[in-house]
Design a protein around this ligand. Sequence first.
Ligand code: TMP
Length: 261
Amino acid sequence: MNKRRRVYEGKAKTLYEGPEPGTLIQHFKDDATALNGKKHSLIDGKGVLNNRISEYLFLRLGEIGVPTHFIKRLNMREQLIREVEIIPLEVVVRNVAAGSLATRLGLEEGKPLPRSIVEFYYKADALNDPMVSEEHITAFGWATPQEIDEVMSLALRVNDFMVGLFLGIGIRLVDFKVEFGRLYDNELVRVVLADEISPDSCRLWDVATGDKLDKDRFRKDLGGVLEAYQEVARRLGVLTENPRPKGAGPVLVASNGQKPH
Ligand code: TMP
């Protein structure tokens, strides 16, 4: 039935050839994986939520001038994006000690970091995405020094914006992972935000209760994965029955996570 050409099959997304040259269709699946694919489950409806959440965040980031691959959402699970050459790095920005940083450096989970920290991991499943430094990145030609500067500066802008956005809906942005791509535009090459931003790729803690509203619920077998993603979508205002008017902001919630009366 599906005659579109599949160009890439990832763990949580599939990329298909788009309708125009230079475009792709990004399809969000319900698959959840952890431990580099060793743990796998289907979470019914996760793809639909991630599609909406990522659309919302990419649109807001685009509005503040962050260049992205996003063109438009096509349906419940798919979005039209610009084809980019992915820079083979997972760029992690951290505000609060958690996850692998807390383990590696023996930090207490939940402690705010002295400043936001950017880390690079080389995208290589067979190697378990090892952490790398700028030295490795430039020596092996994964990105140029100029591209690293651009990636760092965009990642920190994304972080500043998202910390504020999530705080406004009672959520602490602990850390997140983003990817960037090269967009070829005639002779011009631009670094743009690519992939997705969703509870799959962020740590999001409820400000009032400390509850985890992200993929750690799956990684740590805490249950309620879909409910947590739904809560993030609801607070962002992307889960309303009727489409929200153009330009509408996120739904304000009190610090207890409830909508003000
Ligand atoms: P970490 O603490 O496990 O290194 O993860 C840091 C952040 O990056 C966290 O928000 C989860 C996200 N992340 C991904 O999106 N994909 C990955 O493969 C990994 C390892 C982390």
